[in-house]
Design a protein around this ligand. Structure first.
Ligand code: ZN
Length: 409
């Protein structure tokens, strides 16, 4: 059995764990070291460090301080890795912690984080998903069960000083274009809740001033939230610092393309079994700037989909020029409206799009003025037939099961 190099105790605050951090900074010391060719196990908190609880209230989703996220395990140093190399990471297996066989999905309040459809779902809501082996279902969203497509929402290597400066400058400059926006355009460094692993004292305080937040995906990968980066995948990461410094977390039991609900997929605490190798000077050899990856040989085998189209004309009827964001939003809203005809509340339908292995495709980006995006819902995840027919939709759900909601204070 491979050695567990980083352990997390879900009964303890993530801030007490020196092998965990919640900012990106080259000064964060390696939590541990491995050799190329080694395989090993890393445990992780859920992305909020255990703040969201397995209960029937969305108060925790409403009240969370989002400057604490994401709690990442690492950085793992790989001996011999140098800037310009590629770090090859095999996700040999991923699972939930044995003492934590559940996950959560939620919508943040528009006042605290928001989400893709926050104008339609402005209040904090939550659904809890229980794991039964490789399957999941929710006591808050009836009529649906699906196989997990387990993946790390967030994984990548430490930036070097120059890359960190680039990130901070471009994001702070961007925020300055509309500093009072709700939700904000981006999240600048925020020292008071920074956790920098083994870095302590004055050195920690100094680094925390510029420690990049973990929210966006960036050149190194990071919070990409790619559902297909699932167990069995092989990822090639750019290396910027000696030892690479691989960190990971934000494990998802399952997620729809886009992670549209933002809080988020089915979020869970768990473990990853990894193997690492190095391709010397691989970044220039292959012309790689952002990570590339190969998919798993094993994925949930859904063959039948009902596919919703959306175009870049928004809810107010306003025309947008080839805007895939607007088009995908319309595809999602069309799917939610459709699912309500079978008895789902709109929030439950939104939750399904965020959690189930729903596919999102950019279908057309050249036919001016409209982009076309499509949302693919696997029909086999439902307990009943969701296909259109001459007899019209049948209400399979009576509306008695509801998702917790917490009004803003
Ligand atoms: Zn997540």
């Amino acid at each position: 059995m491979a050695e567990t190099l980083i352990k997390v105790d879900l009964t303890q605050s993530a801030y007490t764990n020196e092998m965990v951090h919640n900012r990106w900074h080259p000064d964060i010391p390696m939590a541990c070291w491995v050799n190329p060719g080694d395989d090993f196990i890393i445990e992780t908190y859920d992305w909020t460090g255990g703040f969201i609880k397995n209960n029937d209230s969305a108060d925790d989703v409403r009240d969370i301080d989002l400057s604490i996220v994401h709690f990442l395990s690492g950085p793992v140093g790989v001996k011999g890795a140098e800037p310009g190399d590629l770090l090859v990471v095999d996700l040999l297996d991923i699972g939930a912690k044995p003492d934590s066989q559940w996950g959560f999905n939620g919508f943040f309040s528009k006042q605290n984080g928001g989400g893709f459809l926050t104008d339609h779902f402005p209040l904090a809501q939550k659904s809890i998903w229980d794991f039964k082996g490789m399957f999941t279902s929710s006591r808050h969203v009836p009529g649906v069960e699906f196989a997990g497509l387990i993946h790390p929402g967030l994984i990548g290597c430490l930036p070097d000083k120059k890359m960190l400066e680039t990130w901070n400058k471009r994001e702070v400059d961007f925020i300055a274009t509309n500093p009072t926006r709700v939700p904000p355009l981006a999240n600048p460094p925020f020292p008071s809740t920074a956790h920098m692993g083994k870095l302590k004292g004055a050195e920690k305080d100094k680094a925390a001033l510029t420690g990049a937040r973990t929210v966006p995906p960036r050149e190194h990968g990071g919070n990409c939230d790619i559902k297909d980066l699932s167990r069995g995948s092989k990822i090639y990461f750019p290396v910027y610092v000696p030892g690479a410094g691989l960190s990971m977390g934000d494990l998802h039991f399952s997620q729809g393309d886009g992670e549209i609900t933002f809080c988020g997929a089915i979020e869970m605490a768990g473990w990853l079994h990894l193997r690492v190798e190095i391709i010397k000077d691989g970044m220039s050899k292959y012309g790689i700037k952002n990570p590339v990856f190969k998919p798993s040989p094993i994925t949930p085998n859904y063959k039948d989909y009902l596919i919703f189209e959306g175009i870049s004309v928004d809810e107010q009827g306003k025309q947008h020029y080839l805007d895939v964001n607007v088009a995908y939003k319309q595809a999602c809203l069309n799917a939610i409206n459709y699912l309500t005809k079978f008895g789902y509340a709109p929030d439950q339908a939104y939750s399904i799009l965020g959690t189930a292995p729903v596919q999102g495709h950019i279908s057309g980006v050249v036919d001016i003025p409209n982009a076309c995006a499509t949302l693919w819902i696997p029909t086999e995840i439902f307990d009943f037939d969701i296909n259109p027919g001459a007899e019209g939709p049948k209400k399979f759900l009576d509306g008695s099961v509801k998702m917790p909601i917490s009004p803003d204070k």
